[in-house]
Each structure stands twice: as structure tokens, then as C-alpha cells.
Design a protein around this ligand. Sequence first.
Ligand code: NAD
Length: 369
Amino acid sequence: MSTPSILILPGDGIGPEVMAEVRKVIDWYGAKRNVTFDVSEDLVGGAAYDAHGTPLHDDTMAKAQEVDAVLLGAVGGPKYDVLDFSVKPERGLLRLRKEMDLYSNLRPAQCFDALADFSSLKRDVVAGLDIVIVRELTSGIYFGEPRGIINEGNERVGINTQRYTESEIERVARSAFELARRRGNKVCSMEKANVMESGILWRDVVTEVHQKDYQDVELSHMYADAGAMQLCRWPKQFDVIVTDNLFGDLLSDAAAMLTGSLGMLPSASLGAPMANGRPKALYEPVHGSAPDIAGQGKANPIACILSFAMALRYSFDMGDEATRLEEAVEKVLADGLRTADLLGEDGAQPVSTSEMGDAIVAALEASVA
Ligand code: NAD
């Protein structure tokens, strides 16, 4: 197979700062593990607008369609708030997601032992937590027609439509079952089949896909509101949760916060397999461009580094190397290193973005010594 290719789009604010630390990790893999990538870099968001007058140049879009994985930092910032909606930095990211047809959004909620006291839940509820929420990303109520605000009689009516086709449900269900096979082999599907026809169809199609091709994976169903309660009560009962766009939006944010700081949360958005069998893929931290701390060396690079770990696992079939990287992160946290966002009340001194990146590379180095 040809050298795996990655397009890096650092973006705005802290995006370039955290991405610089990912570059150190990528360089380490090249130098020490003989895992080389064909890496190219380009602009997105406000940075692309400044250079080209558009948040995503057509050439960049074309490159994104060709590579094996896109790694994005973050977009946006107050400087761009005045721009017309059509050229706002976020439009660059939305265009990437839409044109790459990234329908399966993976949001892990993983609690590193050293940070268990950071959660708003009790230590024993979250310590060792490792679940993934698979959210359908390209359909459902955010896209369904009809939509709008109309006049009816003497008042206005707001309308959005929840709409799912069988094939849309089937492909995201497959993505969840495939993921579960690489993890704890359990999928819990969440909808509201008790009150929504789209929920009834969702449950039917997930069950059919399971019956047909994934009987080795344990499948359960839960109403999404009960799922929200269970996520707060005992999240470790789950392995993979698959759900629609709206419920996934809410549940993945709630689950992510079980584990502490925004600076720790990676994500992957996957689409259909390409000719080489790899899925179309975009990896990015969940956080934004954090203008309040940009340029100060305070950003936590771990979310972006863990996003690269997801790329190793899901795009490049290097699960062992992904685990090595996750363990390196766990090691530096266990050693007590903290960026400012992870500091408790104990008065410890924070490390900078680059010190955190260097420490993770040193832990990688120690893992092969
Ligand atoms: P944000 O995620 O940028 O920041 C929220 C808070 O979390 C801030 O206090 C910030 O300092 C902190 N934070 C975020 N990431 C951190 C990190 N890695 N290390 C330490 N602290 C971190 O969200 P926001 O303030 O609502 O948005 C800022 C800009 O980012 C806006 O322009 C918004 O549109 C954009 N945004 C972009 C994305 C994206 O690119 N995917 C996502 C969300 C927001």
C-alpha cells in the first residue's frame, strides 16, 4: 500500500499551537517507529479567509477528498464575527463535513485515572470510563424539509422535520457495529421509538442490520431520555452508543463532560470507504479556537494529539500504535503534568502547550526504550 497521506489544517486561534505538538508526535513515529506519513498542510477557517477570501479554498477541498485522513485544529475567532454568514470560518468546516459526506461522528468519552477527580461525578462512577458515542451527522432534524418559520393565523410557527431514510440509518448502524467489534463488542442504540415514527424505523433498521450481519455483537435499545439518565448514573455499562443527529448532539456533549476538560476531547467523523478501503475521515478536537488563551502557550494539546491517535486506529489500522500514544498521554498525566485547564486547587504550576507535547513525546520514547 502507498504511504498513508494526511492533510493538516491547523486553522485559527489555538489550532496552530496544538497542531504543532501533533507534528512532533508524527515526526517521532517517522523517526522511531518507521511509520511515515505523506503530510501536507493548508489553510482553513479565518486563516483561509485572510489569504483567499473564502474559509475553504476549492484546492484545499479537492486535497481533502484525496488524502487518507484530514486532521483539523479549530476555526473561528472574534476577528471574523463581523463577516457575512457565507464566509464565516465555521463554513469551511461545514463544507468539509458535507462534501466528504461524513455521516458517522465518533465522540469518545474516556476518563484517564489521573483526572477522575476532575469530573462532576464521583470517582468510582467515571474512573476507567471508556465509551464512544456514534452520532449520525448528515441527516435528521437539522437538515429535514420542510423547515422554516411561517405565519399561521395571527402567530408564527417554527418548523423542523425529523427525517431518516433506511439507508441513512443502515450506514451509521454498520459503522457502530464495526467499531464495537474493535472494542467491547456491545452497541446500545438510542431513539424515541415510543413517541416518534422515525424512532420506530431507526429501531427496526438497526435490528435488521444486526440480525443480518452482526449477530456476534451484543445489541440493546434504549429510549434516548432514559439513556441520558443512565449516562449520568452508571456510564460504564456502555461500550458504543449509536444515535441520531439531534440526540447524539446532546448525549455526546453530556458524556464528554463526564470526563473533565474540553482540552482532552478528541473526535472523528467518518464517511464511506474509499477505493483503498479506508473511510473518508476528518479528525479534530472537540474544542474551538479558544481566543481567550490563543498565543499564550496555555492550550492543552491532548485533545488534538488524541485525535491523531484515533486516526492511527481508524484510518491507518495501527491500533497498537494508537494505544501506545494513549498510554503516553496517560503516563504524563499520572506523572502530574497539567496544562492550566487541568489544574485543581492544589497550587501546582502548569506546563505550557509545548512542554506537554514534549513530555508526551518523551513518554513515547520511553515506551520503546
Ligand atoms: P472554545 O472551545 O474555543 O473555548 C471554550 C473554553 O474552553 C475557553 O475558555 C477556552 O479557553 C477553553 N479551551 C478550549 N480548548 C482548550 C484547550 N485545548 N486547552 C485549554 N483550554 C481550552 O469555545 P468558544 O469559546 O465557544 O468558541 C471560540 C471560537 O471557536 C468561536 O469562534 C467558535 O465559533 C469557534 N469554535 C470552533 C469549533 C471548531 O473549530 N470545531 C468548535 C467550537 C467553537
